[in-house]
Design a protein around this ligand. Structure first.
Ligand SMILES: *Cc1c(COP(=O)(O)O)cnc(C)c1O
Length: 398
């Protein structure tokens, strides 16, 4: 046998070597601080166009103060799962704040969005059910969907005609995202709500990237598109992106939340998030609701970036959100470009398969209200004109 030696039941070395050969090996980089649109690595300062801190709240003094006051009152850990003694008044108040902000009856908190998504799908879908998912949905949704006994049908990205053909009446759950994490475009929620209502199926939104950024008071994609919260049965969002903290929630009817409290295993058998973290998120929501100025500034930066990048010949995605992918094509070319930008003091991540479809490696540029116009100018200078060698065959950007 050729290739790396295999010892034991798991061919770890061979898997890693395969990734390396395809320019797909991942390595982590330990930052030495990353606040307000900037980042320090190995003693050097960079402009950070890779974070999801869209409103620049991850280093906000009022949120830090709320976190610290929460620690003084509740300690650092919640000490138990929520059904034991891990659920506090701070958690309850955050649930009430979220319900009021988003127009849902009730809310449940999770330690992260990945587990919130998995918990919901696992708790709801039995083998008699169907699950319809946009094929660009987040890994947490795709993965749980493929492991469940229910039948999963994936529809082409934002292809409502395809979804309509796949739907069967009263059989299950349709899941899509508010803003797609690697593309920055939005799903058509009015059409999704209509299809769900007509077919008698439930509808779930993962609004990890829309919450705080879009709509009046930052209420997210549904509010931005004028869709009534009541027409979407399950709303999921995260606290680690625009809200600048960590954690996640699921919102919907009181009955849904009561059901999840009883049947969502990721909720029942996991230590609850620290109460102090809930205090920090509550403060963050207060700031987010009043952050129209930050959202307007962010909108300006997005417009400046798109105009500048277009002028330099880059192919932009169909995105009017802070997520602005530049399609490159091959993984090696995306890595090279990211390296070129780092040499010039600008930190942007190359996103490669399997996170995105093969042949659609990209730079995922994210803008933040913490950036200034001159930061965007520096990004555009560092990018320079597109060399035109990109291979964009087969991408859905057309
Ligand atoms: C980030 C993200 C998640 C996971 O949320 P975490 O709180 O980071 O675990 C889920 N869905 C989407 C679309 C995301 O972008």
């Amino acid at each position: 046998m050729n290739g790396p030696a295999v010892t034991g039941p798991f061919a770890l070395g061979a898997a890693l070597a395969g990734r390396e050969q395809a320019d797909l090996l991942r390595r982590r980089i330990a930052t030495q601080g990353s606040v307000a649109g900037r980042l320090q690595v190995a003693g050097r300062d960079y402009l950070n166009f890779s974070a999801n801190d869209y409103l620049g709240l991850a280093d906000h003094s009022a949120i830090k103060a709320a976190f610290k006051a929460g620690i003084d009152r509740y300690g650092t850990g919640s000490g138990a799962s929520p059904l034991v003694t891990g659920y506090s008044r701070a958690h309850q108040q955050l649930e009430e704040t979220l319900a009021d902000w988003l127009g849902v009856e009730a809310v449940l908190l999770f330690n992260c969005g990945f587990s919130a998504n998995q918990a919901v799908l696992k708790a709801l879908l039995g083998k008699e059910h169907l699950l319809w998912q946009d094929k660009l949905n987040h890994a947490s949704l795709q993965e749980m969907g493929s492991q469940l006994p229910c039948k999963m049908k994936r529809f082409g990205h934002n292809d409502m005609a395809a979804l309509e053909r796949l739907l069967e009446p009263n059989r299950g759950l349709i899941v899509s995202e508010g803003v797609f994490s690697m593309d920055g475009d939005q799903a058509p929620w009015r059409e999704l709500a209509t299809l769900a209502a007509q077919s008698g199926n439930w509808l779930m939104i993962d609004d990890a990237h829309g919450l705080g950024v879009l709509g009046p008071e930052g209420r997210g994609t549904l509010a931005a598109q004028g869709v009534q919260p009541a027409s979407v049965h399950i709303q999921m969002g995260t606290f680690g992106k625009a809200l600048g903290v960590a954690g996640a929630f699921v919102g919907g009817s009181r009955e849904l939340v009561d059901y999840l409290v009883n049947f969502a295993r990721h909720y029942v058998y996991s230590t609850h998030m620290p109460a102090a973290q809930a205090c920090a998120v509550s403060k963050s929501i207060e700031l987010v609701r009043a952050a129209d100025e930050s959202r307007a500034h962010l909108g300006q930066l997005i417009a400046s970036f798109r105009q500048g990048a277009k002028g330099l010949g880059w192919q932009l995605g169909a995105s009017d959100t802070p997520i602005q992918p530049l399609l490159v094509g091959e993984s090696s070319a995306a890595l090279q470009l990211a390296e070129q930008l780092r040499d010039r003091g600008v930190w942007v991540s190359a996103i490669r398969p399997p996170t995105v479809p093969v042949g659609t490696a990209r730079l995922r540029i994210t803008l933040s209200a913490a950036h200034r116009e001159q930061d965007v100018d520096r990004l555009l200078d560092a990018l320079g004109p597109c060399s035109g060698s990109a291979n964009l065959e087969g991408t859905h950007h057309g």
